[in-house]
Ligand binder design. Sequence first.
Ligand SMILES: C[S@@+](CC[C@H](N)C(=O)[O-])C[C@H]1O[C@@H](n2cnc3c(N)ncnc32)[C@H](O)[C@@H]1O
Length: 254
Amino acid sequence: MKRNVFVIGIGAGSPDYMTVQAIDALNQVRVFFVPDKGAEKSDLARLRREIIARFAINADYRIVGFDNPVRDSANANYRKGVSDWHDAVEDVYGRLLADQLQEGECGAFLAWGDPSLYDSILRILERLRARGDFELDYEVIPGISSVQALAAAHKIPINRIGEPIMITTGRKLQEGFPDNADSVIVMLDGQAAYKTVDGDMEIFWGAYLGTDDEILVSGRLRDVLDDIERVRREARAKKGWIMDTYLLRKPEGH
Ligand SMILES: C[S@@+](CC[C@H](N)C(=O)[O-])C[C@H]1O[C@@H](n2cnc3c(N)ncnc32)[C@H](O)[C@@H]1O
C-alpha cells in the first residue's frame, strides 16, 4: 500500500500565518502526526493542535501523538550526533507511516515555519523513500518562516540593495562573521553567538515571533547587547524556553 503524506508548513508562531494552500491540504488529511512528547515544547505541541482544531473543518481525522527523539548534545562529534539522531527519527517516522495509515488515508506532518529551513523532515522522508519498506509519496506546502516573521515584525528588507544574505546558525557564527556577507540571519543560537561579533554591527532581534509573547529589540549591537541579554534571561526564566532569530548587518558604508 502506498503512503501519501503532506508536509505542511504552518508558519513560525501565529496560527494566522497559515496559508490558504496549507488550510486546503489540512482538510485532505485523515491522520495528523503530532510530536507532543520528548523534545517538543508543550507550547508548540499545543499550537499545532490549535491549528488543526481551527482549520480542519472536516472533523473526520485523528491525531497520532509521538515522541520525537532528542539529539544527544553531549556528543562531541556534532555531525555524528546529528546522524545518530536522524537514524532514530527515521525509525520513528517509518513506524508511524507503516502502522498508522489505512488504505486511502492521507497523513501529515505539520512543520514549524517552513519545512525547508533547518528542519530535518524532508531529509527523513527522502531517506524513508530510499529505504523502500513501503511506497511513499509526499507533497510539501511552504510556510512563513521565522526569517520572514522577523523581517515583517521589524519592518525591514532582509537584504540591502543588490546585496546577498546568509542564513546560518549560532554555532557557525561563533566561528566568526562570514567574510563575504553583508547581512546574516542567525537561527538556532543557544549560545548567544551575537556576543562574539563586532559591536558596531546593527542587530534586529526577535523572540517568540508571531505569538502574544513576541519581543523585539534592534539597534547598534554594542548599545542593545545588555538589553537582549536581560530580556532573554527574563523570558527564558518565565517560559522555560526561548526561540529567537536575528539579523546582523554591517553598518552602511562598511
Ligand atoms: C529548528 S529551527 C526551525 C525553523 C523553522 N523551520 C522556520 O521556518 O522558521 C528553529 C529555530 O528557528 C527560529 N525560530 C522559529 N520560530 C521562531 C519564532 N517564532 N521566533 C523566533 N525565532 C524562531 C529560532 O532560531 C529557532 O532556534
